[in-house]
Design a protein around this ligand. Sequence first.
Ligand code: NAD
Ligand code: LMR
Length: 341
Amino acid sequence: AARRVSGRTAAPMAVRAGRRALVCEARKVALLGAAGGIGQPLALLLKMNKFVTELALYDIANVVGVAADLSHCNTPVKVAGYTGPEELGACLKGADLIVIPAGVPRKPGMTRDDLFNTNAGIVKALVEAVAKYAPNAVLEIITNPVNSTVPIAAETLKAAGVYDPKRLIGVTSLDIVRANTFVSEAKGLDMKDVDVPVIGGHAGSTILPLLSQTTPPVTFTEAEKKAMTDKIANAGTVVVEAKAGKGSATLSMAYAAARMAESTLLGLNGEPNIYECAFVQSDVVADCPYFATKVLLGPNGVSKVMGLGELDAFEQAALAAMLPQLKGEIQKGIDFVKNPP
Ligand code: NAD
Ligand code: LMR
């Protein structure tokens, strides 16, 4: 059976194509923030993706050169660059999938929430344009703080009367990519076999890997479990510190976002059993309107939000402990649009 789970490492396209005939629809992907640290490698990966037909690259600066450069790669994906708000509509029109990494990254000593003041307005303005020009596209938000920018996007789409929770996705796939890497390394497992679901949100202790649900099953002592959980939750900060003021994760994020985009396109194309972990509107946890869990991707975006499964005692305690922060960051995003200061 062609079951793909969130932890899969992308299988070679030929293997996948050989398994069954895939429907390849014409698909336009718009990337907003395309000239940035994530935007450029993500654009390259999308240019190499056989499920993408057209790639529309938008930024406020430097995108014409990026588009010219990328357009010389001899893959069939058609590339165009768009600069500045007056060209945003043309970039978005007809898009099936819109991916947003626009905004500032962290520097050492900052939390993701410290980016709120700059990035909240950027996301709101871009999503207002999405509502106007591509209200039916699936929208994937990478911009931090994800725990707040996804509610900002939702409220912005609601205000425009075009919100559909199935089509709004907060990208947390980097947490799964990291969890799979670290657990594979720790246990000497083949990377492609390992799947660690990561739930909650995308900041500090709201990032909770479910090590007890790892495929294949692995065992950790209580001390190892805590150390591995902290390592996964702090991995973004480790990169921020290693880059020492020159930004945050870009290459691993581009890899993770490309995987999320491909899974989304497979779902849109009708491929069954495509699962990823993502931060979406959810009623899985009481009084927490957005939450990251495994979701099933389908022809309209998120087809089904999966449950938590069985948590061990450590995970239950970590889930309870994260909720005040997660709910607060969600509310901050909602208030930014609904009750602006
Ligand atoms: P970057 O500074 O290298 O690139 C950001 C790009 O956004 C720049 O090219 C900039 O010109 C552009 N931009 C700024 N305002 C814009 C606007 N109004 N419209 C269009 N483009 C605009 O930053 P980066 O390293 O690519 O990171 C981007 C964002 O992604 C940050 O907020 C970062 O925290 C976040 N991030 C999220 C995850 C995740 O797991 N979700 C992982 C890594 C980074
Ligand atoms: C990450 O997890 O790498 C991103 O959220 C960027 C950051 O600020 O850590």
